[in-house]
Design a protein around this ligand. Structure first.
Ligand SMILES: Nc1ncnc2c1ncn2[C@@H]1O[C@H](COP(=O)(O)OP(=O)(O)OP(=O)(O)O)[C@@H](O)[C@H]1O
Length: 227
C-alpha cells in the first residue's frame, strides 16, 4: 500500500564491537498507517531506540530499507532527508535535546522557521502549542530554567508544532508526573483524530494499552502482542 506513513522492509541493524557482531534488529518488517498509534515495548537493550532512530532516518540500516511517505530514506541525500524529516516527522527523544540558549517559544518555533514559516506566524503557532501542553506560562524560560517534566513538555510541543504525519517518541512520559502524562496521552488522542500517526517506545504498560497496537522487540524480531 502506498499510503502508509512509514514502512520498514527486512530491516536489520548490527553493531560491530571488536571482533564481535551484535545483531540488534534482524529483518524487521513494519507498516504504519495514517492515524495509527503503535507502542513498541521490549526489555532494556532489545533495540527499541535503534529501531526508532532508523524509522526517523537518524541512522542507516545494515540491510533493508525504511520508506517515509513512500520514499526510501537511503536513496535521499542528507539535505533531502532533513527536509522530509522536518516536514513529515516529529521526534521526542529520551533526552529532550532542546537548544539551551533559546527560550521555550523559540525552541518550539524552530522547526517552523526551518520550514520557512514567517517569524510572527511561527511564534503564534509555537505559543498555541505550548498552551496545549500546559506550558503557556513559561514561554520565555530557557531549558536551564525549567524542570525535567517542563522541558519534556516543551520537547513534545516542538515535535507536534508542524502537525507532522508521524510522531516518534522515546519514553515520552519518563519525566512526567501522572497529571502531565495523562495530558500527553489526551493530546495524542486528539492529534490522532487529526490523523497523525504515533510510534511510542515505552516501558509503561498503561501507555502501551492506550495505543492501537503493541509490538514487542525480542531477540531482534518485532512481533505483535495479542490484546
Ligand atoms: N553505537 C553502538 N555501538 C554498539 N552497540 C550499540 C550501539 N548502540 C546501541 N548498541 C547496543 O544495541 C543494543 C540495543 O540498544 P538500544 O539502545 O536500541 O536498546 P533499547 O531497547 O532502546 O534499550 P533501553 O530500553 O535500555 O533504552 C544494546 O545492546 C546496545 O548496547
Amino acid at each position: 500500500m502506498s499510503d502508509a506513513v512509514l514502512v520498514c522492509e527486512d530491516l536489520s541493524r548490527a553493531y560491530v564491537d571488536g571482533d564481535r557482531t551484535v545483531q540488534v534488529l534482524d529483518r524487521v518488517a513494519f507498516r504504519l498507517m495514517p492515524g495509527e498509534q503503535v507502542a513498541i515495548v521490549g526489555a532494556s537493550g532489545s533495540g527499541k531506540s535503534t529501531l526508532l532512530n532508523l524509522l526517523g532516518g537518524l541512522d542507516d540500516p545494515s540491510t533493508g530499507r525504511v520508506l517515509m511517505a513512500g520514499r526510501d530514506l537511503a536513496e535521499l541525500g542528507e539535505r533531502e532527508r532533513c527536509r522530509l524529516r522536518n516536514e513529515r516527522l516529529g521526534f521526542v527523544y529520551q533526552f529532550h535535546h532542546l537548544l539551551p540558549e533559546f527560550d521555550a517559544r523559540e525552541n518550539v518555533a524552530m522547526p517552523l522557521l526551518i520550514a520557512g514559516v514567517a517569524r510572527g506566524e511561527a511564534w503564534r503557532r509555537a505559543e498555541a502549542m505550548l498552551e496545549r501542553v500546559g506550558m503557556g506560562h513559561r514561554l520565555s524560560h530557557r531549558p536551564g530554567q525549567l524542570s525535567g517534566g517542563e522541558r519534556q513538555r516543551v520537547a513534545i510541543a516542538r515535535a507536534l508544532v508542524t502537525a507532522p504525519d508521524c510522531v516518534l517518541m522515546d519514553e515520552p512520559t519518563g519525566n512526567l508526573d501522572p497529571k502531565s502524562a495523562e495530558q500527553l496521552l489526551s493530546l495524542i488522542d486528539e492529534l490522532g483524530r487529526e490523523s497523525a500517526a504515533f510510534v511510542v517506545v515505552t516501558h509503561d504498560p498503561d501507555i502501551a494499552a492506550r495505543m492501537h497496537r503493541t509490538l514487542e522487540l525480542h531477540e531482534g524480531q518485532l512481533r505483535e502482542m495479542p490484546r
